[in-house]
Write a new protein. Structure first.
Length: 456
């Protein structure tokens, strides 16, 4: 990487007039901004907007999230912005050549990852030599299968080196996900028991209470497995079961995640009982959805990692829309003790469990057994709770975390090309299996009658 920390920086945001920029990126950029920074921001989009009108959009976006934002800091921040209108190709991008030889650039593509669109942009940057001394940032999806992901990677690597490419998954930038490494590897009490000797099962659950809203055109081509499991859920899984990296460097962390994806398989290689899909009632009435759509809005799969320390541990991955709640959880259930001192008293010892709520509560529950019932002489379960209820100011927005790492040139929570290809390889196999009898296995559900696997 030839980005120097001493050079003038510019942050170029493609898709500057879009919802992602307004709702997430402008507030996050303000979060990480310091008035002493010399960075400047260029908004780029096809929409024709006057510079003062664009600055108002940025200001309104920040104030919508932070009504009490420091006025002086905000004025300095807004003054660093300018707007550039043009096409997403070499002709339009030529405008960005101004001052390009004297600055380091971050190109953030807040745009759909269409291959054609992405090719036009990266070709345009390369034609004008703008791919030097730069970093490019992309949002998911990273392809729609292994073949398209490989094609996308080859396109990017034609113009940028791997350490110039930052593929963002905002789930990995959530505080509780980042804390997974600290919880697991900074606390020796967990080291000896984080394996198949003591762990009975793991659940990675991403539930949403809403439907697809206005995403019909995209979602019907993707479904729950491609939209959520291939990326978010599998990355959460990797952070949960990966071995301790040799260091906190991006390459060391990516190496351990790759080992997990190289060895993931359906539990016991059983395709009959490990997969389930469903579709919420009324999905086919949503805008842009065909009346005969077979797309899943719910999916559940049970996998295992075929390495010595995890072999035999069922790992359930589930994601769905219009379920009973909106929550993302990582649940580690430990095996029952072989020796029960309270068995003569008729007491059953509950399994220990760690539940990490990634959102919305951002907390950790640890279920232990403790002898509080003196009359029954039973070791009864209690829940120890650690959260941020009284310290919400400690929680950071995921995009703030991601941008901070980006500006520090730290790829630890960004996704490497090999991870993407291995994840797609597994998901492609799962989808091929499901598609053999998709119509037969697709279960219609609603919030009162959830999919069968959610009732277990």
């Amino acid at each position: 990487m030839d980005i120097s920390s001493n050079n003038q920086k510019e942050f170029v945001l493609f898709g500057a007039s879009g919802d992602l920029a307004k709702e997430k990126l402008y507030p996050a950029l303000f979060d990480v901004f310091q008035p002493t920074d010399t960075i400047r921001y260029i908004g780029y989009a096809r929409t024709v907007i006057r510079n003062d009108a664009f600055k108002k959009i940025v200001r309104d976006s920040v104030l919508k999230k932070y009504p009490e934002a420091d006025a002086k800091k905000l004025d300095i921040f807004i003054d660093r912005f300018e707007y550039c209108s043009g096409t997403y190709d070499a002709h339009g991008i030529e405008q960005l050549k101004r001052n390009s030889s004297t600055v380091d650039r971050y190109y953030y593509l807040a745009l759909p990852s269409s291959y054609t669109l992405l090719k036009d942009i990266v070709d345009g940057l390369s034609v004008h030599g703008l791919n030097k001394k730069s970093i490019i940032v992309l949002e998911k999806p990273f392809g729609s299968d292994k073949l398209s992901a490989k094609r996308l990677n080859e396109l990017l690597l034609k113009h940028f080196s791997e350490d110039q490419i930052y593929r963002i998954d905002h789930y990995l930038a959530k505080d509780l996900v980042q804390d997974m490494l600290a919880m697991r590897f900074a606390n020796p009490i967990f080291w000896p028991i984080w394996n198949n000797t003591y762990i009975e099962s793991i659940t990675i659950s991403i539930k949403e209470s809403e439907g697809i809203r206005d995403r019909g055109q995209y979602y019907d081509q993707a479904g729950a497995i491609k939209d959520m499991i291939q990326n978010h859920a599998m990355q959460l899984l990797a952070f949960t079961v990966m071995d301790q990296p040799k260091s906190l460097s991006a390459s060391a962390i990516h190496k351990e995640k790759i080992r997990i994806f190289e060895n993931i398989q359906l539990f016991n290689n059983d395709t009959l009982h490990t997969l389930a899909i469903g579709q919420y009632e009324g999905y086919r009435n949503e805008q842009h959805i065909p009346a005969d759509s077979m797309t899943e809005t719910y999916a559940s799969m049970t996998v295992e990692i075929d390495v010595p320390e995890w072999r035999g541990v069922p790992i359930r991955i589930v994601s769905g829309k219009k379920l009973d709640e909106k929550t993302t959880d990582i649940i580690i259930t430990f095996k029952k003790t072989n020796s029960n001192l309270w068995e003569k008293e008729g007491c059953q010892i509950e399994r220990n469990q760690i539940r990490i709520n990634v959102q919305p509560h951002n907390d950790i529950h640890l279920r232990l057994n403790s002898e509080f019932n003196s009359t029954q002489k039973c070791a009864l379960p209690i829940n120890l709770h650690f959260g941020f209820k009284d310290n919400k100011h400690l929680l950071k927005d995921p995009y703030e975390n991601a941008l901070r790492d980006l500006f520090n040139n730290d790829q630890s929570i960004f996704i490497g090309s090999q991870e993407i290809l291995l994840a797609w390889k597994f998901i492609d196999t799962v989808l091929e299996t499901l598609n053999i009898s998709r119509a037969k296995n697709l279960e219609i559900y609603d919030h009162l009658h959830l999919p069968r696997t959610e009732q277990l």
